[in-house]
Ligand binder design. Structure first.
Ligand code: SAH
Ligand code: SF4
Length: 371
């Protein structure tokens, strides 16, 4: 058997692997803790494992991080890493420190096949799904390098958001074991409320996540009606808003939080008018328990779109708040290092000709008032 990267095994998978080596399953717990809690990459460090087991492990397995291509530190303390995932693809992860928490934004795919108009990853097209180990390697590296840097053995990352490059629910098989490792008490020990999957609305996979590994859910809505959402988030043609909201409600039965977060990227003259805010109220009020998170659009040249003015965002938020919808405006972090939402671009060997498709199909805004 080829050497396997142990970063790809959740505890269950590692126990099965230990059994294959003729070892007791409980050895897996010790090994798992060495890897994820202590950041060990060298089997010789694992002093409480028998030498015979360490020898077998050295023969059959390794613990391999992703090569770091670059690291950028923003003036606000945000750190962005670019990781090499081979064959010309690279993905990004972003650490966002706040007074009461440390959040890591993690990528799930090299590129993304959904192709949202306002997203630079979407414009890059799609190369491939990341493996579980490549998802976890972002966390493993960030957590343990930050601990070293801060001279602490305490946990630094308290929250994870699957909001980097890619659509996590289109890489479901690799995502779920990675989530389990984030939650595992012998791994990163994060509470379900502090791990968020963000999706553009892959309805069948929302249903499965509810059963397999319910964590906090954020849904990228961006429009209150199907014709507009069809243009901004092409996946809407397959799973329109009504179906998506039904899936959200079913998800809430098992969710660790009693609301869904709806993300709404504010695009000047496209989805930011007071009329659309009213439509959003009509759509969501008494329909889904939710919070709204308005994200000022982070522009990038190829999008041809503009950020809504602060006044426009505030006016939009006020309509929602007056109607009783809990609404926040996301603070932009790390924009001096292109680490803000939707700016993660990495390097993607596009296999989908996304760039050409998007240039040919500009957004048509019907009835939007000029800004
Ligand atoms: N694919 C998932 C998760 C990654 S995107 C999803 O779409 O939900 C994470 C968030 O950033 C989403 O809400 C997305 O809509 C938002 N986003 C994408 N491009 C953006 C941009 N240019 N400016 C601001 N937010 C953006
Ligand atoms: Fe993909 Fe999310 Fe970007 Fe849409 S917003 S293209 S789903 S990464």
């Amino acid at each position: 058997m080829d050497a396997v990267n142990l970063l790809g095994f959740d505890l269950e998978g590692l126990a099965a692997f230990c059994e294959q080596l003729g070892e007791k399953r409980f050895r897996a717990t010790q090994l798992f803790r060495w890897i994820h809690q202590k950041g060990a990459a060298d089997f010789d460090q694992m002093s409480d494992l028998a030498k015979s087991l360490r020898d077998k492990l050295r023969d059959k397995a390794h613990i391999r991080a992703l090569p770091v291509i670059s690291e950028h530190v923003s003036t606000d303390g945000t750190i962005k890493w670019l990781f090499d995932v081979g064959n010309g693809d690279a993905v990004e992860a972003v650490y966002i420190p706040e007074t009461d928490r440390g959040t890591l934004c993690v990528s799930s795919q090299a590129g993304c096949a959904v192709g949202c108009r306002f997203c630079s990853t979407g414009h890059q097209g799609f190369s491939r799904n990341l493996a579980t180990w490549e998802i976890i390697a972002q966390l493993w590296y960030a957590e343990h390098s930050l601990r070293k840097r801060q001279g602490t053995s305490e946990r630094v990352i308290s929250n994870i958001v699957m909001m980097g490059m890619g659509e996590p629910l289109q890489n479901y098989a690799a995502l779920v074991p990675a989530l389990k490792m984030m939650l595992d008490d012998h791994g990163y020990g994060l509470s379900r409320r502090r791990v968020t999957v963000s999706t553009s609305g892959v309805v069948p996979m929302i249903e499965r996540l509810r059963e397999d590994c319910p964590v906090a859910l954020a849904v990228s809505l961006h429009a209150p009606n199907d014709p507009l959402r069809d243009q901004l988030v092409p996946l809407n043609k397959k799973y329109p808003i009504a179906e998506l909201l039904d899936a959200c409600n079913r998800y809430l039965d098992k969710a660790p939080r009693d609301f869904i977060t709806f993300e709404y990227c504010m695009l000047d003259g496209v989805n930011d008018t007071p009329e659309l805010a009213q439509q959003l109220v009509k759509l969501l009020k008494n329909r889904v328990a939710c919070k709204l998170n308005l994200i000022p659009f982070n522009p990038f040249p190829a999008s041809g779109l503009k950020r809504s003015s602060n006044e426009r965002v505030q006016a939009f938020a006020e309509v929602l708040i007056k109607a009783g919808l809990v609404t926040t405006v996301r603070k932009t972090r790390g924009d001096d290092i292109d680490a803000a939402c939707g700016q993660l671009a990495g390097e993607v060997q596009d296999r989908t000709r996304a760039h050409i498709r998007m240039v040919r199909a500009p957004v048509v805004v019907k009835g939007a008032s000029p800004s």
